[in-house]
Design a protein around this ligand. Structure first.
Ligand code: ZN
Length: 345
């Protein structure tokens, strides 16, 4: 409807770069409350949401994700704003569209985990979840989104319900799991099996997002790549998760309180590390590469450049040869500073 190339055509031509982490970043900036993490900012400070879309667009993101993450009925109840549910969902899409129109970006609707699906009681809980997803997809569809990203899902059961809701409107579906446990979804499928089942049921893009950083997400992605013929997606968090601390929920420095969710700063990956991830993911056959909670535009630009692109923000990419410290002999300069430090102490 905008004369834009759709998500599937773009993926057919090559890698697509996404960027997420809106809720974390807007919380950090002081426009959203940690805890509920409901994106009230869409209604209260829409210009701030647009500014972050713009920063990601400028940094090379090809998809503007409407900020409806945790903007569903259950979460709106938590903050006493159920009456604003539809308005928030519609306005979020419009904000993303206004910015996407400045570049050649697509607009994705967004479904998130709703905390109502119970794989031990699928019948009753499915009904509630279906109602939540149906209304969100319908509003986003009416506002003219290009496709839907359903994410941070932990069970295949809830993912299949999201897929059904998206397909009612004939939209392309990207569905990604948050890999909470070592190998399996909460309802007992390995992530690669769950992705394959989703793909076999019509999800055009499947994969993982959130929870793990690149180092611990990559091995799972390789299994998914082996199993799934279609497009796969990876949007890790930019945090240094390890074989001991697989997910950002576990990150904790000795003597400090837990890092998740608002004290993760000491674990943040550099832009160079996220650029390495983007290159590695591309080599491993990941089609949709992005970044989740903790992302900043500097990460996204470095990832775009690692994929061989020159987004508008590359106008200001580092030129360290113009910094006095980094002109010839940087190591000698550092040594001299160290010596001076030692002499004065
Ligand atoms: Zn995330």
């Amino acid at each position: 409807m905008y004369g834009k190339t759709g998500i599937l055509e773009r993926l057919q031509k090559g890698t697509v770069l996404g960027a997420e982490g809106y809720v974390f970043e807007l919380e950090r900036r002081g426009y959203l409350q940690a805890g509920p993490f409901v994106p009230e900012v869409v209604l209260e400070n829409p210009e701030v949401v647009k500014a972050l879309h713009k920063e990601f667009l400028n940094a090379g993101a090809e998809v503007m994700l409407a900020l409806t993450y945790y903007g569903h009925r259950e979460k709106m109840k938590v903050v006493g704003r159920e009456d604003d549910l539809e308005t928030l969902n519609r306005v979020a899409v419009r904000l993303a569209q206004e910015v996407a129109a400045d570049g050649d970006a697509l607009v994705a609707g967004n479904l998130s985990n709703a905390g109502v699906y119970d794989h031990n009681n699928p019948e009753e809980s499915s009904k509630r979840l279906r109602a939540i997803y149906d209304e969100q997809v319908q509003w986003a569809y009416e506002e003219g989104i290009d496709f839907v990203i359903a994410e941070t899902l932990s069970s295949l059961g809830e993912a299949l319900i999201a897929l059904e809701s998206i397909k009612k409107f004939d939209l392309p579906a990207m569905i990604t799991f948050i890999p909470f446990s070592p190998r399996k979804t909460m309802d007992g499928y390995t992530y690669e099996e769950a992705c394959k089942i989703l793909a076999d049921n019509g999800a055009e893009i499947v994969g993982l997002n959130c929870g793990r950083g690149p180092d611990t997400m990559m091995p799972l992605l390789e299994r998914i790549r082996d199993k799934v013929d279609g497009y796969i997606a990876a949007q890790p968090v930019p945090y240094r998760t390890t074989n001991e601390q697989h997910s950002f929920h576990f990150l904790q420095e000795p003597g400090h309180s837990m890092g998740f969710p608002i004290a993760l700063d000491p674990f943040t990956h550099t832009r160079h590390e996220m650029a390495d991830f983007a290159a590695q993911a591309k080599d491993s056959g990941v089609n949709y590469i992005g970044i989740c909670c903790g992302a900043g535009p500097h990460h996204v630009r470095a990832m775009a450049e690692a994929l061989g692109r020159t987004p508008p923000a590359s106008r200001y990419s580092p030129a360290m040869d113009k910094h006095p410290m980094f002109q010839e002999g940087v190591q000698e300069r550092i040594q001299a500073l160290r010596a001076r430090w030692a002499a004065e102490e």
